[in-house]
Design a protein around this ligand. Sequence first.
Ligand SMILES: Cc1cc2nc3c(=O)[nH]c(=O)nc-3n(C[C@H](O)[C@H](O)[C@H](O)COP(=O)(O)O)c2cc1C
Length: 336
Amino acid sequence: MPDLTTTYLGLPLKNPLVPSSTPLSHKLDAVLNLEDAGAAAIVMHSLFEEDVRNDEQMLERYLVHPEPSGEAAGHLPSSDDYRSKLDRYLEQIARLKARLSIPVVASLNGSSLDGWVTLGKEMQDAGADALELHAWYMPGDPEVSGAALEDRYIALLQGLKAVVSIPVSMKLSPFFSSLPHFVQRAEAAGAAGVSLFNRFFQPDIDLTSLTVVDRVQLSTSDDTLLTMRWIAILRGRSNLTLGATGGVHTADDALKMLLAGADVVHMASALLRRGPQALKDVLDGLSAWLAEHEYASVAQLRGAMSQRNLPDPSAFARAAYLDALDSFSAPPGVRY
Ligand SMILES: Cc1cc2nc3c(=O)[nH]c(=O)nc-3n(C[C@H](O)[C@H](O)[C@H](O)COP(=O)(O)O)c2cc1C
């Protein structure tokens, strides 16, 4: 039986499969089922700073008008049973910690320094083993440079690291002009890991109603390629834990991420589509492949095909783009 153990943000894990942030962690039973299927840790759904602020504003309104009348009375909670999103999130951390034997990673989607620091500290105090920070501003202001945005992410990370002692990972978007440079800065600022990449749901236009609509789009295995390339480039250039998130549905997908250099492989869409069995299948497939190819451990495999370890490093660089363009030929039966 190959040794599947790995280290994630300094935490020892029994294997590299970690469900990433999804609504599944709202339900204790769903997370227990993932643990039974073999999950080595769990990243919780994100707590959004905006939601916490909205709750605070509602509570403030309620305190100013403690006895609403008429229609308003039906919309406001009673003072005794009011539990904010933050309360519920912290309770869920405590509940998961009490029932699971695997590490619990809380996830924070914040936008202000104050929000990150306060909420991150509360999550630590509730028992989280680590924090994953999802930093993302929609860069729509032409006056704000990419460098200024990156400075802001780093300042948020430093502010948080000043008050929490648990490891902190940053979940990044693929939209950095120089990802290795930013990752290097995050490491210097105290991050323990990076998770590549967050999946963004793009608004669509409904041509019937002429409205902008949001819909959840689950990934497919084709979505592994972007993450795999960047994991391969970063392996060996940083000591951070590299978490691969995006498109992992099969054991082959997970193996490729590990060969590229991932320390852990996250799964989300596959779990939402197929349930915990998807994780079990990947885990079984991973063990079987390692045994069949005579690898004694995941550690032996990790990064074997990172950019640094390839005889031709250009395979993950610009040359690959040119080769891909050259190799394109018309599909059968199509004439241009
Ligand atoms: C329905 C849904 C909800 C998600 N919620 C969060 C979230 O709250 N916070 C977060 O950082 N990522 C969230 N994600 C992103 C996933 O954690 C994951 O990074 C992304 O979906 C890519 O992995 P996948 O290809 O395995 O789905 C969500 C994804 C889905 C599909």
